[in-house]
Every structure is written in C-alpha cells, then in structure tokens.
Write a protein that binds this ligand. Sequence first.
Ligand SMILES: Cc1cc2nc3c(=O)[nH]c(=O)nc-3n(C[C@H](O)[C@H](O)[C@H](O)COP(=O)(O)OP(=O)(O)OC[C@H]3O[C@@H](n4cnc5c(N)ncnc54)[C@H](O)[C@@H]3O)c2cc1C
Length: 292
Amino acid sequence: MYPSRFRYEAPRSLNEAIALLHGGGDDAKVLAGGQSLVPLMKLRFASPGLVVDINNVPGLDYIRADQDGTFRVGALCRHAHLEHSDLLRAAQPTMAAAAPLIADPIVRNRGTLVGSLCHADPQGDWASVVLSLGGSVVAQGPAGKRSIPIAEFVTGPFENTLEPDEIAIEAVIPPAQGTRSGGYLKLERRVGDFATVGVAVSIETTGEVVTKAGIALTGVGGSTIGATQAAAALTGQPLTAQSIEEAAELAAQAARPRTDHRGSAEYKRHMVKTFVQRILEGRQHAEAERAA
Ligand SMILES: Cc1cc2nc3c(=O)[nH]c(=O)nc-3n(C[C@H](O)[C@H](O)[C@H](O)COP(=O)(O)OP(=O)(O)OC[C@H]3O[C@@H](n4cnc5c(N)ncnc54)[C@H](O)[C@@H]3O)c2cc1C
C-alpha cells in the first residue's frame, strides 16, 4: 500500500526542523531512520500531513563519553554504529550486548536508538536497555532543552511525552559510580525478529557489593517494564546464588505477558527468570575468574 499524501521537508538545521514541527502541530512527524515510521505510513496506521526528515541536520550522529563518564548517543546514531563501537563495548556492557540483537543488518544500518525510544514499541529493545541504566532523553523545542528520564518518557505502547514541536536530540546514560556490568538477552523466533522476551540487566559494583542495579523487560507487557523490586533485591550486598534467585523470581513476577502465537504467558515468565539468572550468573563467574 502507498502512504497517504504528505508534505516532505528536509531542513538543514535543528532550529529549522523545530520551526517546521511548530508550524505543523499535531499533524507533523519527525523522520529519523524511517524503519518504524515508513512501514506505519505505508500501512496507513500513521498518516502525518508533514514529515520532517532530520537526516540533513548536522551534528546528531555521535556516540560520546564526557569526562565524568556521562554517555551520549545522538539522534542520528544508527544501530549499526552502536554495534561496531569500541567505546560502547568498553563502557556500556548492557548496550553492547543489545546492539547486535536489534532487527537485521539492513534495519540496523538506518534505524536509530533515539528513534526506537521515541517509537516506544513494547517490543523495542533499546527502551529496556536504557531503562535498566537509568538513562534519559534530551528534548529540544521552541522553548529550549529539557531532560526527561526514560521512565517518564515512555508512557505507554507507542506513546512518549514529547510535545509535537520537540525533537529528541540525544539519549543520555549517567556515569557509573562503581564498575558497570550487565547484559541483554532476547528470545526471538528467528534471527532479526522482535523480542518474544527480552531482559536487560545493568549493575554497578564497588568491590564485591552491588551499589546500583536496574532490570527491565521487553515484550512481556503493554509497555517496557522496569522490574524495580527485582533490582532492589540485588543492591547493598555481594551477588550470591540467593540474591540472584530472588531477583530473577521478582522480575518474573513483574512481567505481564500474554499467551499468543509466540508462546504461553507461563513460558514467557519462565524465560524472564531464566534470562535474569543467566546474565547475573555469567557476571558472577567472570568476577570469580578475575579474582582467581
Ligand atoms: C523488519 C524490522 C525489524 C525490526 N526489528 C526490531 C527489533 O528486533 N528490535 C527493535 O528494537 N526494533 C526493531 N525494529 C524497529 C527499528 O529498530 C527502528 O529503527 C526503530 O524502532 C525506530 O528508529 P528509526 O530511527 O527508524 O525511527 P523512525 O522510523 O524514523 O521514527 C519512529 C517514530 O519515532 C519518531 N522519532 C524518531 N526519531 C525522533 C526524534 N529524534 N525526535 C522525535 N521523534 C522521533 C518518529 O516521528 C516516529 O513516530 C524493526 C524494524 C523493522 C522494519
């Protein structure tokens, strides 16, 4: 199917893009990688009157670490850029684990992390990863910039808190206070598919003690789920078989899966528990090897 008729603009600056969005009101949409918006338009699930393509806006294609360790991903940074980034591999283990699991190489060459956060698909992998890391989105509109924690940014399936004339210019991951570790595991029916179940775990340790933890779930509810009680069960103590079991069980309880063609609710819940255990036990083994 062809999309409905729309006006297309490709501004060359952020201010111009924001002005166009401001003029377009609720009828305008930003186009980044187009890997979610274009299919929606072709199916006529979305019919914006104005599409503002930001691909010609300079200076948005970056992965950067500030001196204090704050990590920034610009709005035009593609999934593939993240997948092949040495900086990401060195500083952000949970993100590095997720990057090669997003879709397929063709989608990864165009799609963006920030676009994925804005799209807010409950089966989108990046929202869980960024939520587990306590990240945020920086939005810029006519009134200037504001920072929105990801937990407040994604408000429901395909819903975010951006104003119609705001552009998400970057995703921000706060600096780690201790040593950061973690992972992302995804159950998919075949390579390149959306998650049947996805689990992001990010922890920070000082010595042996877990000082901060985040666990978030993909595809097992109406939107990305932050398993806050599960994460709390890990903090303030070293990782033990008991704390891992407790966190995994609490994460499974936080999931709200539905039985569908991908599997039963019970199976998906079981996979959440298994993935939390696998990620944390893998990390525990790595620690033991380092200490030996
Ligand atoms: C075949 C296929 C398989 C896929 N598999 C997966 C998968 O396994 N896991 C996964 O997570 N995703 C998957 N995706 C989605 C893909 O990751 C998209 O790239 C991503 O969801 C959206 O990023 P984008 O840059 O393409 O955004 P676009 O398609 O350009 O935009 C998506 C939405 O976000 C808005 N938007 C985008 N950028 C901004 C911005 N900077 N500011 C304000 N609004 C913005 C747009 O207006 C639109 O509403 C798949 C897509 C396809 C086509």
